[in-house]
Design a protein around this ligand. Sequence first.
Ligand code: ADP
Ligand code: ADP
Length: 228
Amino acid sequence: MASITLKNLVKKYGDGFPAVNDVSLDIADGEFIILVGPSGCGKSTLLRMIVGLEDITSGDLLINGERVNDKAPRDRNLAMVFQNYALYPHLTVFENIAFPLRLAKGKYTDEQVRKLVNDAAATLELTEHLDRKPANLSGGQRQRVAMGRAIVRQADAFLFDEPLSNLDAKLRGQMRSEISQMQRRLGTTSVYVTHDQTEAMTLGDRVAVLKKGILQQVASPRELYEQP
Ligand code: ADP
Ligand code: ADP
C-alpha cells in the first residue's frame, strides 16, 4: 500500500494552456480519492502522470515519500484499470489475469502465479470462469478480469479511469459494491475518475474537483453533494 503526494504538478502539451496546472494533493495510504470534473479538465492526464504514462512538465510526484518523476511505469508498482477492458481475446481468463506476472519474467514461479491468480479470481468470483475466453464473458465479468489483473500484481495503488462507464445500470450497481468490498478487504489506495455521483458517494473518502487543469476543491462526498 502507498501514500501518493502530488506537489505543484504541471502538464503542458506543446505551447497550450496547461492540461494539469499546479495540482497539489496528499493521498493517504488506503484512501479512496474520487476525481471529478468536466470533459477535458485533465483527469486522464493526471492519472497517466501518476502511473508514469505521461511525462511530468514540472512539480513532484512522491510515492511513499519517494520522488518517482523519472521512474518507469513498471517500477512504480501502480495498477491502472481502464474502461475499455484491454483484455487479450486469445488468452483465457486465467492467462489474462496472470499476464502482469508473466511480464515480470523470472520473478514468480508457476506455483506462485497459480496461487496469486486463484486468490484474485476467488476475490472477484471468477473461479469458475478461469478457462473461458473474454468473448464468452459478460461485460461485468470482463471488467472483473481487468480488476483481477490489478489485484494480482499486489499493486501499491489502483488508478481507475471511469471503469464502469460502459456498463448498464444494473451491472454498474453490482460492480460498485464489488469495488467497495474489494477496497474494504484490501485497503488499497485508489484514485478513481468518474462522472457518476452515486459512485463518488458510495466509494469516495474524498472527492477532488478539477476544472481546466486546476484543483478547485477537495471535500468529503457529503460536503460536496449534500449541500443545503
Ligand atoms: P479529461 O480526462 O478530464 O477528459 P484529459 O486529461 O484527457 O481530460 O485532457 C486535458 C486537456 O489536455 C484537454 O484539453 C485535452 O485536449 C488535452 N490533451 C490530452 N491529451 C493530449 C495529447 N496527447 N496531446 C495534446 N493535448 C492533449
Ligand atoms: P456489455 O456486455 O456490458 O454490453 P460489451 O461486451 O458490449 O459490454 O462491451 C462494451 C465495450 O467494451 C465495447 O466497446 C467493447 O468493444 C469493449 N470490449 C468488450 N470486450 C472487450 C475485450 N475483451 N477487450 C477489449 N475491449 C472489450
